[in-house]
Design a protein around this ligand. Structure first.
Ligand SMILES: Cc1cc2nc3c(=O)[nH]c(=O)nc-3n(C[C@H](O)[C@H](O)[C@H](O)COP(=O)(O)O)c2cc1C
Length: 390
């Protein structure tokens, strides 16, 4: 793909997508983001592998402004997959340092997403009793695992998880991440706290919206207090959980101001939880940009830049979203995995050379039973023959 110097900084066709933006203290060269993809390419001990490095350096070479690596596990009791990235100990620092350096040296900003899976994990994989705000089993995961075991978190558990997130954020910053994303979407632990669907507590961490948001607010404030302007903080939420009794866009009306006052620099709006899985990675039948109105509503409540995601598969569409004022940033997942050079090819007017995602859903390894992410159209991530024959 074209050398960095070939890429015009002003682009007539995609003037907004190609324009720089500040996320708190961090400057991005353009508005295209790679959203976190757990690919299970790490080494079995959770350290960064060569394969993981190659995955992200290809993305950085391809021109997107901000790359969220991860997700990275913050606590040893929630290692929910073999080969998921980890950040729950200093031994992960050297690999992470190299990863962030490689991304930054290619002109992209390295970010990382921090996760605790809460009830959306399998006890038979974590080897630990799962924890959640309330002892309500995940309707999806509990069916898969005869050993599924879940308990309500004590206040001591909450403090421990808080400390784990802050320690993980400090490690990420020490390793050179410039944007730290707190994962409070897709039904994982922090989303479980936020949602009346999964949080039935009656103490300070349950009940009204502020109580349900308390742990998230404490984590954001804790990261801000510890790291100040060394990093930007992104919060990822599911703007609509698409489940009975779950979060709807209107529920964020007053919450976003609270998130902002406690330190977020960016809001990354996704949708869905495991029970509404097709909202997390929207299939073709949902059409293009199916969540854009959810994002636009949350943007009305926000002062910080908002990122849209979900079946936005070309720079044309990204530009439309930006032009319509529905978001300040656009994340493209499958489109960039199918062709990591989609941004630079588009900016150079070489759209006809883009290898397109066919929305076959084979990348969603957790639904196919694959151990890691494979892509049907990108030869670098194709399913090896021996797995096919298994
Ligand atoms: C293989 C795969 C792994 C994903 N892992 C994560 C993750 O770890 N954290 C997260 O917030 N979203 C994750 N997502 C959701 C993506 O970030 C993104 O929101 C989704 O792919 C929809 O965007 P797209 O239509 O541009 O692909 C994952 C999606 C896929 C397909």
């Amino acid at each position: 793909m074209g050398k960095k110097s070939d890429i015009p900084s002003n682009n007539n066709k995609y003037p907004l997508a190609a324009s720089p933006i500040d996320i708190g203290p961090v400057k991005l060269k353009n508005r295209i983001v790679f959203p976190t993809w757990q690919v299970n390419y790490a080494n079995t001990d959770g350290t960064v592998s060569e394969k993981l490095l190659e995955f992200y350096t290809a993305m950085a070479d391809g021109g997107c402004g901000l790359i969220f690596t991860g997700c990275a596990v913050v606590s040893p009791d929630t290692v929910a997959f073999n080969r998921v990235m980890r950040i729950d100990d200093d031994r992960y620092l050297p690999g992470l340092r190299k990863l962030f350096q490689e991304i930054e040296s290619r002109g992209s900003v390295p970010g990382i997403q921090l996760i605790h899976y809460g009830r959306q994990a399998l006890t038979s994989v974590t080897g630990c009793e799962l924890i959640a705000p309330s002892p309500i089993p995940c309707p999806v995961m509990s069916k898969f695992d005869p050993h599924y075991k879940l308990r309500e978190m004590t206040v001591d558990d909450i403090h421990r998880v808080y400390n784990d997130f802050i320690a993980a954020a400090a490690r990420a910053a020490e390793a050179g991440a410039r944007v730290i994303e707190v994962h409070a979407a897709h039904g994982y632990l922090l989303n479980e706290f936020l949602s009346p669907y999964s949080n039935h507590r009656t103490d300070d961490y349950g009940g009204n919206a502020i109580n349900r948001a308390r742990l998230i607010l404490q984590i954001i404030r804790g990261i801000k207090d510890k790291l100040g302007n060394r990093v930007a903080i992104s919060l990822r939420v599911s703007g609509n959980e698409f489940v009975e009794g779950g979060l709807r866009p209107i529920d964020f009306k007053d919450l976003i101001r609270q998130f902002e006052q406690n330190g977020i620099d960016m809001l990354n709006v996704s949708a869905g939880v495991y029970q509404s899985m097709e909202r997390i990675v929207p299939p073709a039948k949902l059409g293009v940009a199916p969540h854009i109105d959810i994002t636009a509503e949350l943007k009305q409540y926000s002062r910080v830049p908002v990122c849209a995601v979900g079946s936005i598969d070309s720079l044309e569409l990204a530009e439309e979203v930006l032009y319509a004022g529905k978001a300040e940033l656009v994340a493209m997942g499958r489109a960039q995995v199918a062709d990591p050079a989609i941004v630079n090819k588009s900016l150079l007017g070489k759209e006809s050379e883009i290898r397109k995602c066919i929305k076959c859903s084979k990348c969603t390894f957790w639904t196919t039973g694959d151990p890691q992410m494979y892509c049907s159209v990108n030869p670098a991530y194709q399913r090896p023959q021996k797995v096919l024959n298994e």
